[in-house]
Write a new protein. Structure first.
Length: 160
C-alpha cells in the first residue's frame, strides 16, 4: 500500500484516512475471527489477538472521527467483515496465525508512516487541525509498532 509523496486536499486526505479505516476493519475482523474460532491457540496468542481486535476498533473509531471532520463517508464495518469472512480462511496453523498478524501490524505501521510523511511534506490546509491530525496518526503508528514487537516476541517464544 503506497501513499503519494504529499497530500494536497481534504478529498485526498479523506480517501487516505478511509484506507486506514478499511485496513483497521480488516485487521479487527481477522484477529477476532482467529481468536474466536481457533481452539488450539495458547492463552498468550489468544489474548494478543483479542487485544489487537480491540485496538484496531479504537484506531478505526479515531480515524472515522477525522473523516467525519472532513465531512466524508466511511465504509461500514459489517460490510468489510462479510468480505473478509467470504474471502479469508481462518483455519490456519499456529504459525500461520502469527505470520498473518505480523503482516497486518507491519502493513498498518508502514501505511501510517507513509501517510504521516505525506502530510508533513504537504503545504495544503486541511479541514482538520494539522497538529491534531498528526498527533492521532503518530499515536496509532506507535501502537502498530508495539504490535509488531509483541507479535515478534510471541513468535520468538513459540507463542507460549
Amino acid at each position: 500500500m503506497s501513499v503519494q509523496s504529499e497530500v494536497r486536499s481534504d478529498h485526498q486526505l479523506a480517501r487516505l484516512l478511509q484506507i486506514g479505516v478499511v485496513l483497521e476493519e480488516v485487521v479487527e475482523a481477522r484477529a477476532a475471527k482467529h481468536a474466536s474460532e481457533l481452539a488450539d491457540l495458547s492463552a498468550d496468542v489468544r489474548t494478543m489477538l483479542e487485544e489487537a481486535a480491540e485496538e484496531s476498533e479504537e484506531h478505526r473509531e479515531r480515524l472515522e472521527e477525522l473523516v467525519a471532520a472532513l465531512d466524508a463517508e466511511t465504509v461500514g464495518f459489517e460490510e468489510i467483515q462479510q468480505l473478509v469472512e467470504a474471502q479469508y480462511e481462518a483455519d490456519q496453523d499456529f504459525d500461520g496465525v502469527l505470520y498473518d498478524q505480523l503482516c497486518n501490524e507491519e502493513t498498518a505501521y508502514k501505511f501510517y508512516d507513509d501517510l504521516i510523511a505525506a502530510i508533513e511534506a504537504s503545504e495544503a490546509e486541511f479541514g482538520v487541525d494539522r497538529d491534531h491530525l498528526l498527533s492521532v496518526l503518530q499515536s496509532i503508528r506507535e501502537e502498530e509498532k508495539e504490535g509488531v514487537e509483541e507479535v515478534t516476541a510471541l513468535m520468538e517464544r513459540g507463542g507460549r
